[in-house]
Structures are given as C-alpha cells and as structure tokens.
Write a protein that binds this ligand. Structure first.
Ligand code: SF4
Length: 445
C-alpha cells in the first residue's frame, strides 16, 4: 500500500513518526510524500494545547477530503490527541478509520493490516513502563542531525500541563538501548549531531536506576566515534544538579548550549505552577552554569497569564528575562487545559492581557537575542550545513542554534558544501534572528 504520514507537534512526536515510517517500510509498504498518492495516511497528532488540537482536527478534516478526491481509502489518527481522546475521536470525526495511541507506534504495521480488513481500529492502551528498544527509524530531520529520545512521560505535576496524563509517568529507556541507537544513527545514517530530548531530560534514569543517570549517558555518548555534537534540551532547573553540570563541562562533545525551561520568575506563581524551584534557585543556577561552562548559550521558555499573575508577578518575570540575558526565549500564553489543576484556579487572566504580556517579553528578548548575535560577528564557527538554497548560499546551524526553535546561520560559499557536514565559517552579519557567515577558505590571506 502507498502510505503517507503527517507529523505534527514536538520533536518527541517526530521520533514516533520516524519509528512508524521504518516499521511500515520494513513490512513492504511504499512511503509517499504527496498525500494525493496515498492509500492510507497517518496523522501523528499533538494535544499539548488547544491550538495544537485544532490544527490536528483541521488536518484530519482536510485530509479526509482526499477520500472523495484522491486515492485515499484509510485515514488514521495517531499520537497525543489520539491517546487523549481514543474512540471519542472516531465518533466525532467520521473521516477516521483508526485511532492509535502512543504505546502502539512499534506495531503500526499490524494495525494497518487490521484497518485493511475493513474494521475501524482503536488502540489506545495506557503507556506501560518499558524499555523502548531501538528497532529502526527513517529520519525526517535535515541531514547530519537526529533527535535521540531517552525517555518518555513525566513524573512532575506542573499544574498547567496535561502531558503526564497523556504520555504517562516517566519511562526512561535503558542506557545500553539508548547508546546502541546513538551508535547506529552515527554509523548507519551519518549523524553528526544528536539532540537529546525527553519531557524532563535531567530526570533520566530516576525511574529505572533509582538515581539521575544523565551523566552516565553523556559519558557513553562522548565515546561514540564519528559523533561531533551532543545537544541537551528540556533540562528542568530543579533537576540540573552538580553531577550533570560536571559532565556537561567535562565532555567536549556536549555542546555548551542548554535549554532550561524556567516558565516564570515570580515565586508565588512558581509555587502555584508546582514547579519545584524558585527564583533564588534559578539565579544561583544560571550563575553557576556561567562560571563553569565556557561560551555558554542558554535557551528558556516562559509562560505569561498563568492564573493569578498580577502586574507585579509579570514585572518579576520581565526583570528576570532582562537581567538573565538568555540567548533564546520561547514565550507562550497560558491556556487552561482539561485535567489540570490550574484550570480550576481562581483569577484566570484574560487572553488579551496574557498576549500583551507575551508581546512585551518577546520585544525585550528580541533586543537581547540581537545583541548576542551581534557579539558573535567576527568569530569563526563550525556550522553544520543542512540545506543548499542556491548555487552559493546554504543554510546551517552553529552550536548556538538548536534545530527548529532558534535562528539559523546562512552561509555564502563559492565552493560546493556537502549537506550533513561541517564547514568553518566566519560570521559576518545578523538578520532578524539569524546569522550570516562566509565559508572560511584556508588558502585565503
Ligand atoms: S516538566 Fe512540567 S511542563 Fe514539562 S512535561 Fe512535565 S509536567 Fe509538563
């Protein structure tokens, strides 16, 4: 059968999509990128916030039209929204022939067989603690990089977040399985950069080994020949301990780039959010990281408009962002989510106020990010080339830019640059959130 897959949502979801693509190809199906040519389409959905759910529903309805206009015979919803709503989705969206939760990615081939028999399929078992052994993935990321998911689920109970209810409790993968996957990605798919992801990366191993095990994992990854960059995302500040900081500081393949979601800086709001850290811890942590790690680049995410957020609370967040000078900030407006404690909290903040506060943060951060980028002008940096734009222009990323969430580095070069490889480039200019560089020619004076 010709099968298409549309992957929505975050990098963790993308890994599930890549596993499904591999299983489908291995069982003899042909993967197609044009939906019009597909007999069956899987939409791997996100359910993080209302906007994401709406996008998923729109894509299901729009794709469903291909049943009358194109080849399409079957449409399946997978991922977080499927996990959250199960058979309810099948009732509300008659375009669907199957609904498959996150625990079933590894058996997508069997579910496709069942759907071909003409029966609507609902497979939404609760994710069980398990070792997610690596079977194979078809990478959908630009050449040279891959996400490495080390755990799924989350044991924190941030009061605004529905993820633990959807993806379940923290389930770390066994160290040897993660390392085996990493080695194969490097040796078989020529991956140079592994971007380590989980809902709470710093908590890796606490469920299966009884203690935080990220340092041991980084030690193993550091030994992989051919791997150049290890990038850590989603490090909860309350779990970023000295052992992890020591490992980051001592392994040269671990980039001095850390993504540490702080969410807020008013202690009152952080308590209501159940974040398990306060602003004193955040300030001490940032100072420690900056004193221990050279050339450190920091990314964070914050939320505006959490229930009860007063102008004074917001000012604390604003001042914190101004003083901390993160290189990159992602900001989101709070949205009340079903099955979360925050939904029933008093003093919900009107959306227009949340949005106006978000815009103030983003305006402030735009200036900070621009200044940080201007400071990089003149430096010589290895850039991982991901795409050729025209005969003398390429897109890539430096260590200071994570894929999909930060800016990019455009590289001018008169010689051909292979994608998926590094080039040394001199950074020459800044455009919006991006940098512009020129490939360094060692022969030039
Ligand atoms: S750390 Fe908090 S925000 Fe992140 S997935 Fe876990 S509960 Fe949600």
């Amino acid at each position: 059968m010709n099968i298409g897959l549309i992957s929505l949502g975050c990098s963790k979801n993308r890994v599930d999509s890549e596993i499904m693509l591999y299983r489908l190809k291995r069982s003899g199906h042909k993967l197609v990128s044009q939906p019009e040519k597909a007999d069956l389409i899987i939409i791997n959905t996100c359910a993080f916030i209302e906007e994401a759910r709406q996008e998923a529903v729109d894509r299901i309805i729009e794709t469903g039209l291909l049943k009358s206009r194109g080849n399409l015979k079957y449409l399946v919803a997978a991922g977080c929204m499927a996990q959250r709503y199960g058979s309810q989705l099948l009732e509300e969206l008659p375009e669907l022939d199957g609904v498959m939760g996150i625990a079933h990615c590894g058996e997508i081939d069997k579910l496709v067989e069942a759907i071909q028999c003409g029966q609507p399929v609902v497979a939404c078992a609760k994710p069980e603690p398990q070792s997610q052994v690596f079977s194979g993935r078809i990478l959908t990321t630009p050449p040279g990089m891959a996400y490495l998911r080390i755990a799924d689920g989350c044991d924190n109970r941030c009061s605004y977040c529905a993820i633990p209810g959807i993806r379940g409790a923290l389930r770390s993968r066994r160290l040897e399985d993660v390392l085996e996957e990493a080695r194969r990605l490097v040796s078989e798919q020529r991956v140079q950069e592994l971007v380590v992801v989980a809902q709470d990366t710093a908590a890796y191993g606490t469920d299966i080994y009884g203690c935080p095990s990220l340092p041991g994992l980084l030690h193993g990854l550091q030994q992989i020949e051919g791997l150049s960059w290890i990038r850590l995302m989603y490090l909860h500040p309350a779990h970023l301990d000295d052992a992890i900081i020591d490992a980051i500081a001592s392994y040269d393949k671990v980039l001095p780039y850390l993504d540490i979601p702080v969410q807020h800086a008013s202690d009152r709001i952080l308590r209501l959010m159940n974040r398990k850290h306060d602003s004193t811890l955040l300030r001490a942590l940032l100072a420690k990281l900056r004193s221990r790690i050279d050339r450190l680049v920091l990314r964070t995410t914050v939320m505006t408009g959490f229930p009860g957020e007063s102008e004074d609370d917001f000012k604390r967040l604003y001042d914190f962002i101004a003083e901390s000078a993160f290189d990159w900030v992602g900001a989101f407006c709070y949205q009340p989510e079903e099955d979360t404690a925050a939904k029933s909290m008093p003093d919900q903040v009107p959306q227009d106020i949340s949005r106006e506060r978000l815009e103030r943060i983003m305006k402030l951060q735009h200036g900070i990010t621009r200044r940080k980028n201007i400071d990089r002008i003149g430096s010589l940096e290895p850039i991982l080339v991901s795409e050729k734009l025209s005969s003398q222009l390429y897109i890539g990323r430096g260590y200071y830019q994570a894929p999909e969430v930060d800016g990019i580095t455009m590289i001018k070069s008169t010689r051909a640059l292979p994608t998926g490889s590094f080039v040394q480039a001199v950074l020459k200019a800044v455009r919006n959130y991006d940098m512009i560089g020129e490939a360094f020619d060692e022969a030039s004076p």
